[in-house]
Design a protein around this ligand. Sequence first.
Ligand code: ATP
Ligand code: BTN
Length: 262
Amino acid sequence: MNIETLQTALQDLPLGGLRYLEEVGSTNDIALKWIEGEGRDFSLVIANSQSSGRGRNGRIWQTPPDSALALSLLLLPKSREKKNISLFTGLGALALVNTLTEKYALKAEIKWPNDVLVNGKKLAGILVESSWLGEEIQGIVLGIGINICKEAVPKNVDFPATSLEDALGKKVDRVEVLHGMLSKLIELRPLLGSGEMVAAWDANLAFRGKQVEVARGDGQVIHGKILGINPDGSLHLDTLASLHFGDVHLRPMRVSYSRKNE
Ligand code: ATP
Ligand code: BTN
């Protein structure tokens, strides 16, 4: 992957701008700075490796070289999108799930709120961050990390991980996955916040009907059966009305995982 191959492969897409970095701390940081530098809507930052890629709440997202997609899309939300910023996480996850189904006949599921699973293992994660000026949102960054080949799959993580090549049993062209994913995002974006979008998210939800435990940042653990996703993107458990985004970790029950550093 290099800037020339990316420019050629993505030339049919309406990108606002394109930056490729061989190595970076986090593509989300570059995209957040780009918002301040008046980056245009649907500009793409993509890196071959990240030295301090992050997940939610500062957790580490590993991106070794030549093995993954690490990208951040700069989005300048239109006024109707501003009410639904938190749903961009679901939109990103859905775009990847649909790409995997349509291009690779691969069934994937969304582990609410921000992970994409294949065969019950984590293939990708989404991290949405935003830039504000006072009360006014300036832009959002949709960060997506996808494990493409086995070198991308970290060993010491508390939830099993996989890669696209492991799941398919064949080589995959990273740039082809990227093109599919961006095309799907363009197609789905007008549906942000619609019943159709939430229904599609809901239809691809992992652990539906299963007992799960959700550990909250405040240390409280909630048990319940997943009933689905509410229209606002919150998780509907049978034991409480809904669970909103935030520092939550969702796990199926009867499986023991240990979390390190928490
Ligand atoms: P959890 O995955 O525990 O439910 P989470 O989804 O909130 O929590 P995130 O912040 O979304 O966690 O993801 C970061 C976590 O993903 C890290 O703590 C690490 O365990 C794991 N991880 C890091 N890099 C990768 C990778 N390349 N592939 C799969 N998992 C990874
Ligand atoms: C998660 O599972 O918590 C989300 C992981 C998001 C990783 C992507 S990789 C590209 C972008 N840059 C980052 O530092 N994080 C996101």
